[in-house]
Design a protein around this ligand. Structure first.
Ligand SMILES: Nc1ncnc2c1ncn2[C@@H]1O[C@H](COP(=O)(O)OP(=O)(O)OP(=O)(O)O)[C@@H](O)[C@H]1O
Length: 883
């Protein structure tokens, strides 16, 4: 081996070793607590600063500083985070998205805190713990990985750890002290973070933003190991480290050189992009925490106050006015998060990339350096930049179609880091670039006026997206994605729309920010800022435009007025606390004021109102009135499965939904074994069978939420086997869910309107009819959150009916209903069948089936084993088919 190859390999092993340490720490924390700790890099940075403080400022010996920091401080920090941040969240229900926001909060808090304590500048005098000897570093990594791997695999603690990760609740019931396991995981994770920070600090810039980001870039190794295999993480980390060093030897000429150099210097970022965008996902269960997107009421007069406050800077001068210029621009950027995250419910950690691209494209266009386009005046350049950046929203919009929660957070973070490293940090893209203000708006005051006008336009655009049909569909998607799809909402297109609009708004804000600063400054669009902006919008009420404007004013105002880092520290603190106060600070304030008001007037709290409703049910609350008598279709007499010739009120033939030879498998297990089924119009078809018989799988195949391995689903003679759920709804096949799928932030009427707007027939009057049919007129303006189960079942059914379906699939519609409600439901369903609708009911309640169904199919082990009228089939049920 030549000595250059050898030296480069050693250097690569050293970098890879540090990355492996991070991977080990992230995996252990994740396995102990289910949290992907976004604050890992920030903990590394804080520990590096502490060691430097002890050694350089206070003159401690290095061994003492390192021992205190790594053996005591770092684990104590981990335990404190577990005890005071993450344990309370897991006690509150362990919402994975809540923990994601909290870990981002810890990240921002530590970064802000470090900037406050140690300043924002970079230090280059961090002491060297292990002399530049990769073998020493490598030995540390391998010993740690082997030790941790053995503990997880062979010790009782390891078994407990795995049990806690698989199901915390179950592990606790089994006698495991989950808190102790989680605390140990956090302590060890923080120790590895601290070690990484202390090892890296002498060789990279030690500053509050750079080091945490550098550490988090290597999250790819943990993702590549599926947050599980420590050996895989170590091998991947070392492999990337070595490959990255070896790439520095290649020097292609021409245009490829800068690109190769960029790849060579950022191979971990490339790995992050591959891991986040191409590899199988991690943690896909979760969406945004409900508390982050709860409906936030705007206090009366708040807009007037906001308008006055935003006009105030027109009276400022000098540096105050110069600083104020950043507020409207940042406000526009944050509005983009209101659209994507607040209304659309999509986590977007890469919004800073779009803002930066907006500024960069504006600067390139205004300088005449944009390939293929002439030099443009600044305002035109800004407009064209917005148009050019908007479709780039697909970079994060596309991954969002199939990702949620943690997987989406990683994908958007990866895109943000990728754009930052491969575009903003490259001299070929940004060198010698200046950015002027539009002619006539050069002075700060004139420019501020221009910004206010564009902010007003952005506010109008945001309000337009949040109102009406699109706004309701976005909120429905945010509240319950599967429910929205079942209501007919085109979820994939809507996600793309949210991200494209968000990218356009961010580009506008970013361009304004750049013009305000009269420069394209890549640091202003750093991925860490993307995390800070996300956290700021979430804590101030993600779906609130006023919250976004408040966040912009806070971020700019606090950092200008006080020492840098105050805003980040405050936002971080609020993000850490956001899970503790459902609905965020506004909601906490509102609840507090509501409590005060309760003392003056005898209003009941929602819980009290619920209790009263249960004790004194009013007919409107618990019982749907008998539906208006509907004229049965002419051939309704033949209601036993042979009603193929039914017509709908408009005179069209009512179609039959059919399953033909359906087979479905889960990892080799046969759940459906050649099922044939007809669901004819004007008939109530019931499916019964013991647990695990395959009823739900069949239901999902018909609804489009599971694709059969073979066989066909036919509707009106058309093969719809591979059609998406929302397409089926639009064809006329509606469904309800076993676990309620309502949109809690919408009112009852809005819930039903979503169905009317997105269903087979988009008829606003259908929403009114459905509300009346289900006895919900009195609750029209009531938010769906906090309503009793029985009422919510009616809301869900009304939403399904509002799209005028021809086939209605009902998954355990009586679950959670009392006998009065079941009777009312039976009446409604019978009336619907009498009107020609085809109904399929999967139900465990045999009394309900006996009184409701026209035809009953009994399933066992993936097959239909008996069919016929209920009296005949139910009387002959054997022990095998017992439900
Ligand atoms: N996502 C899945 N992965 C693996 N196996 C599954 C999955 N979903 C269902 N199964 C298995 O397929 C079989 C059929 O399940 P299915 O839920 O369709 O039955 P079911 O009749 O609806 O039962 P239940 O009444 O309990 O809901 C069961 O053995 C179940 O364990």
């Amino acid at each position: 081996m030549s000595s250059l190859t050898y030296d480069l390999t050693l250097a690569g092993l050293s970098v890879g070793g540090a990355a492996a340490l991070t991977g080990i720490g992230l995996i252990v924390t994740y396995r102990a607590t289910g949290v992907l700790n976004f604050a890992h890099g920030a903990i590394a940075m804080v520990c590096a600063y502490v060691v430097r403080q002890c050694v350089v400022e206070w003159g401690w010996p290095l061994w003492l500083a390192a021992t205190v920091t790594l053996v005591f401080l770092a684990p104590a920090l981990g335990v404190a985070l577990e005890r005071f941040v993450f344990r309370p969240l897991s006690v509150l229900g362990g919402d994975p998205a809540q923990t994601l926001v909290a870990s981002l909060g810890v990240f921002v808090l530590l970064v802000g805190g470090a900037a406050l304590v140690w300043g924002q500048g970079a230090r280059d005098d961090a002491p060297e713990l292990v002399p530049a000897d990769p073998w020493g570093q490598l030995a540390v990594v391998l010993v740690l990985a082997a030790g941790v791997g053995s503990v997880i695999r062979w010790t009782r603690f390891g078994r407990e750890l795995r049990a806690v990760v698989d199901d915390r609740g179950l592990a606790v019931l089994g006698g495991i002290d989950a808190d102790r396991v989680a605390a140990a995981g956090w302590a060890f994770g923080s120790f590895t973070a601290g070690l990484t920070g202390v090892l890296l600090a002498p060789y990279v810039r030690l500053d509050p933003y750079g080091l945490p980001l550098l550490v988090m870039e290597v999250v790819a190794v943990a993702v590549a190991a599926r947050m599980r295999g420590l050996a895989v993480a170590v091998v991947v980390a070392l492999g990337i480290g070595v490959a990255q060093s070896q790439l520095t030897r290649l020097h292609p000429s021409g245009w490829g050189e800068p690109l190769l150099q960029a790849v060579g210097a950022n191979l971990f970022v490339v790995a992050l992009l591959v891991a986040a965008l191409l590899l199988p996902r991690v943690g896909t269960r979760d969406a945004l925490p409900r508390t982050a997107t709860a409906r936030v009421p705007t206090p009366p007069g708040a807009w007037i106050v906001a308008a006055v406050l935003f006009l105030l800077p027109l009276g400022f001068a000098g540096s105050d006015l110069h600083t104020s210029v950043q507020v409207p621009a940042l406000g526009v950027v944050l509005l983009s998060l209101v659209v994507v995250t607040g209304r659309g419910g999509q986590i977007s950690l890469g919004q800073a990339a779009y803002a930066g691209l907006g500024a960069l494209f504006t600067a390139l266009l205004a300088a005449g350096r944009f390939p293929g386009l002439p030099r443009l005046p600044e305002l035109a350049a800004l407009a064209v930049a917005v148009i050019l950046v908007a479709p780039l929203g697909l970079l994060t919009g596309w991954p969002a179609i199939s990702r949620r929660g943690l997987a989406l957070a990683l994908a958007t973070f990866a895109v943000g880091v990728g754009v930052s490293r491969f575009v903003f940090a490259q001299p070929y893209a940004v060198s010698g670039l200046s950015l002027g203000r539009p002619a006539g708006f050069d002075g700060d005051r004139a420019y501020y006026v221009l910004e206010l006008l564009l902010l007003a336009a952005a506010l109008l655009a945001t309000h337009a997206l949040r109102r009406g049909r699109t706004g309701r569909a976005l909120a429905a998607m945010r509240d319950h994605e599967a429910g929205a799809s079942a209501a007919g909402v085109r979820v994939p297109s809507l996600k793309l729309l949210a991200f494209v609009s968000g990218a356009a708004l961010a580009a506008l804000g970013g361009g304004l920010l750049g013009m305000g600063l009269r420069a394209f400054d890549p640091a202003a669009y750093d991925p860490v800022r993307g995390l800070l902006w996300f956290a700021a919008v979430v804590v101030l009420g993600a779906d609130s435009t006023l919250g976004a404007l408040t966040a912009a004013a806070l971020l700019v105002g606090l950092d200008a007025g006080a020492r840098g880092g105050v805003a980040a520290a405050l936002i971080g603190l609020l993000a850490v606390l956001v899970g503790r106060f459902p609905g965020g600070p506004y909601e906490a304030l509102r609840t507090a004021t509501a409590r005060l008001r309760t003392r003056r007037t005898p209003h009941l709290t929602p819980a009290g109102a619920r209790a009263r409703r249960r004790l004194h049910p009013t007919p409107r609350e618990t019982t749907a009135p008998a539906p208006p008598r509907q004229q049965p279709a002419a051939d309704n007499a033949t209601r036993t499965g042979g009603a193929g010739g039914k017509t709908d009120p408009a005179g069209g033939r009512m179609p039959t939904l059919k399953a033909r030879h359906l087979h479905a498998h889960y990892n080799g297990f046969t759940a459906l074994d050649g099922v044939d089924l007809d669901i004819p119009p004007g008939t109530i078809t019931a499916i019964i069978g013991p647990n695990g018989a395959g009823k739900s799988t069949l239901f999902h195949c018909l609804a489009g939420t599971h694709h059969p391995t073979s066989g066909q689903v036919l509707y009106d003679g058309q093969d719809i086997t591979h059609r998406a759920p929302h397409t089926r709804t639009r064809l006329g096949i509606a469904r309800t869910f076993q676990q309620l799928a309502v949109f809690p932030t919408l009112t009852v009427a809005e819930n039903v309107r979503v169905g009317a707007e997105q269903g087979r027939v988009t008829d606003p009057a259908a929403a009114e009819q459905a509300l009346r049919l289900l006895g919900l007129e009195g609750l029209r303006t009531h938010p769906a959150a906090n309503l009793p189960t029985g009422t919510l079942r009616r809301v869900e059914l009304a939403r399904a009916l509002a799209g005028s379906p021809r086939v209605l699939l009902l998954d355990e519609p009586a679950a959670g209903l009392d006998s009065t409600e079941v009777t009312a439901l039976t009446r409604v369903l019978k009336a619907l069948a009498a009107d020609g609708t085809a109904l399929l009911v999967v139900e465990h309640d045999l009394d309900l089936v006996a009184g409701l169904a026209d035809v009953v199919h009994v399933m066992t082990a993936g097959r239909i084993v008996a069919s016929g009228p209920p009296d005949r089939v139910l009387d002959t049920l054997g022990p095998q088919e017992a439900v």
